[in-house]
Write a protein that binds this ligand. Structure first.
Ligand SMILES: [Zn+2]
Length: 156
């Protein structure tokens, strides 16, 4: 899901497009390495320069790229641990594949569970895994102004 950058010059998508990052740069916080135009977990790559990668910046600045709300209800209460484990497992898999795709937090709140991610891929993956395993109703929306992918899930 790639959107045309010309239409969103000031959105948080700038987190994904590091300007002037040179190959061989590593993130000083997580160890991800910027190579051939993307961030990877390639531990063997030599890196000479250090900065903070876009995912770590989002985490540091509390600026999620994706937000998923699981609406509170009897089903969620009964399956809370199971649902949280699924989200953790799926996001760990996604993070192994894509260095910038991370789970930021899973928070229990009065209205339900709030899940935040650094990128849209994790959000989609979590949403789809949730529906596959627990059914229920899912809606995904993209809000242009904020550049954050948002989803809501509920099951009575
Ligand atoms: Zn990092």
């Amino acid at each position: 899901m790639r959107r045309d950058k010309r239409f969103q010059p000031h959105t948080p998508d700038s987190y994904r497009a590091p300007a002037r990052v040179q190959g061989g740069t590593g993130c000083q916080e997580c160890g991800a390495v910027y190579e051939n135009g993307r961030w990877t977990w390639n531990a063997s790559a030599e890196h000479t320069a250090q900065l903070v990668c876009p995912a770590c910046r989002r985490i540091r600045e509390h600026a999620p790229g994706g937000e998923l709300w699981l609406e509170s209800g009897a089903y969620l209460v009964a399956h809370h641990q199971e649902v949280v484990s699924l989200l953790q497992h799926e996001s760990a898999d996604e993070q192994r594949l894509h260095a910038l795709e991370r789970l930021m937090s899973i928070e229990d709140q009065p209205e339900g569970i709030r899940v935040t991610t650094t990128g849209p891929h994790t959000l989609r993956r979590l949403s789809e895994a949730l529906v596959r395993a627990h059914h229920g109703h899912l809606s995904i929306e993209y809000r242009d102004g904020e550049g954050v992918l948002r989803a809501r899930w509920s099951r009575k």
